[in-house]
Design a protein around this ligand. Structure first.
Ligand code: BES
Ligand code: MN
Ligand code: ZN
Length: 498
């Protein structure tokens, strides 16, 4: 989908489809009024009959509207109020994307993307609109013998803004939204690929390819190098797998000042989680190909940030391995030594995410990070607590947590904070090592984060548990691209401050 932006009114525009907003089922927005005037009241007439629902996101497609130069007019309901909420704006854009994909227009003009949204500005509107429209064109077909022929919507979309003074900000927002959707598409694709293709070696190759196209510095450490570093915890997860583990490091250096402290993103890269010797039940185990979605979100965020050219330094670290049973696999009760020197009694080999993350988090210390954010499909308990709406957030720094919560709201990709109180640390006790890899009963999402907290004492750190948000199950099974919008918005905020 190609995007452009223009200021003005729509009545003289030649286009396959012009989408205009309607408030409370009857009231025309300025662009709709301009079309209506050219059409001598044709739209008013139709709306008077009550054919458009007042609910935000309802649509009505009209053909051969007199007095206009376009093939179709799409009326889009913006709800009842003059100002939209974030949710209704996103809903209206989403419904427009759906209607455009179902219709045959080769190009389209959207005239309500600049409609006032409470507390937001022209840049936000254009960023959200471009992101949602571009993201709606993603299709998975890498492993299908025939490509999906379903329409993906118009090849060209123009955002029409009413005020010339908004044009520069909106153009900037639109470019950000496109970059964001590009990052999300990469995250979705890596997530959706099956584990027999998307192995740790494949992820390492993709990192190199991303490094080439986006000018990132990429290093890949192999098993021998990880052994030298003392990453006994990470390697214990890889022990049962025939696939060699990889530690992938990607550096984006955009800061004006050389040596500016980087934001470090650490993504869980379990390319398949069988549970290991503590094996998982068969039902829905295929979905454990998504256990590398944290890693995929690091790839996608770096791609988005590099495309935008943000003036920041960002480092991505991805520990990648399978978690398999086998003759060499780690057994419950085994004790390993992490890179930090702390010993871990592995009581459940299915609590493997924290075992690979802890060594990656210790490795992160060498970059003198401004802050570290890890992203992981870490606990089933997080799905029980929060469902699929927000990601779980825990942090050792309240300002960092508040910043992430705010960026989540802004991007529409929200997080919700859970407490990381010291009291929970008492739930991690081992008779034989410094700590076990699972907590006593209850608060599984928090005790997993408490485990990680024991490796993040040297910097500001936040943890995002994306077990509920990274992919959808059921008929619409597929990766969501989250939390790339949240992470990218966080970095946009940091770039603005820099
Ligand atoms: N990858 C899983 C968590 C998960 C499960 C995410 C289902 C999304 C859907 C993780 O490695 C895991 O198995 N966690 C265990 C931890 C437990 C053994 C303490 C869990 O949540 O059951
Ligand atoms: Mn597991
Ligand atoms: Zn896992």
């Amino acid at each position: 989908m190609e995007f452009s932006i223009k200021a003005g009114t729509p009545e003289k525009l030649r286009s396959g489809c012009i989408a205009v907003g309607v408030i409370d089922a009857r009231k025309l927005t300025p662009a709709a009024a301009a079309l209506d005037k050219a059409a001598k009241g044709y739209l008013t007439e139709i709306l008077r009959r009550g054919d458009l629902d007042a609910k935000a996101g309802a649509t009505l497609a009209l053909h051969n509207v007199p007095g206009t130069a376009c093939e179709r007019v799409l009326l889009v309901s913006l709800g009842k109020e003059a100002e939209l909420s974030d949710k209704d704006f996103r809903g209206a854009i989403g419904a427009t994307a759906k209607a455009l994909a179902a219709g045959g227009a080769k190009d389209a003009v959207i005239c309500f993307a600049d409609h006032p949204v409470t507390g937001r500005d022209a840049r936000w509107n254009a960023r959200q609109a471009a992101m949602l429209l571009a993201d709606s064109t993603y299709r998975y077909d890498a492993t299908k013998s025939k490509k999906d022929e379903n329409r993906r919507g118009p090849a060209k979309v123009t955002l029409l803004v009413g005020e010339k003074t908004d044009l520069a900000a909106a153009r900037n927002g639109m470019a950000q939204g496109q970059a964001l959707a590009g990052g999300m598409a990469l995250t979705k694709e890596l997530g959706n690929l099956p584990a027999n293709i998307c192995t740790p070696t494949y992820l390492a190759q993709q990192a190199k390819a991303l490094g080439k196209s986006q000018k990132l510095k990429v290093d890949v450490l192999d098993r021998a190098q990880m052994e030298k570093l003392g990453m006994g915890s990470l390697l214990s997860v890889a022990a049962g797998s025939a696939q060699p583990p990889k530690l992938i490091i990607m550096k984006y250096e955009g800061a004006a000042k050389k040596g500016a402290r980087p934001v470090v993103l650490v993504g869980k890269g379990i390319t398949f989680d069988t549970g290991g010797i503590s094996i998982k039940p068969a039902a829905e185990m295929d979905e454990m190909k998504y256990d590398m979605c944290g890693a995929a979100s690091v790839f996608g965020t770096l791609k988005a940030v590099a495309t935008m050219g943000l003036p920041l330094n960002v480092i991505g670290i991805v520990p990648a391995t399978e978690n398999m049973p086998g003759g060499r696999a780690t057994k419950p009760g085994d004790i390993v030594t992490s890179m930090s020197g702390q010993t871990i009694e592995i009581l459940n080999t299915d609590a493997e995410g924290r075992l690979i993350l802890c060594d990656a988090l210790t490795y992160a210390e060498r970059f003198n990070p401004d802050c570290v954010i890890d992203i992981a499909t870490l606990t089933g308990a997080c799905i029980i607590a929060l469902g699929a709406i927000p990601s779980g957030l825990m942090a050792n720094d309240d300002d960092l947590a508040a910043e992430l919560l705010a960026r989540g709201q802004e991007s529409g990709d929200r997080a919700w904070q859970l407490p990381l109180w010291d009291d929970y640390q008492d739930m991690l006790k081992s008779n034989f090592a410094d700590m076990p890899n699972i907590g006593s009963k209850g608060a599984g999402t928090i005790t997993a984060a408490c485990f990680l907290a024991r490796f993040t004492g040297k910097y500001k750190w936040a943890h995002l548990d994306i077990a509920g948000t990274a992919w959808k199950s059921g008929g619409e099974k597929g990766a969501t691209g989250r939390p790339v919008p949240l992470l990218t918005q966080f970095l946009l905020g940091r770039a603005k401050a820099a």
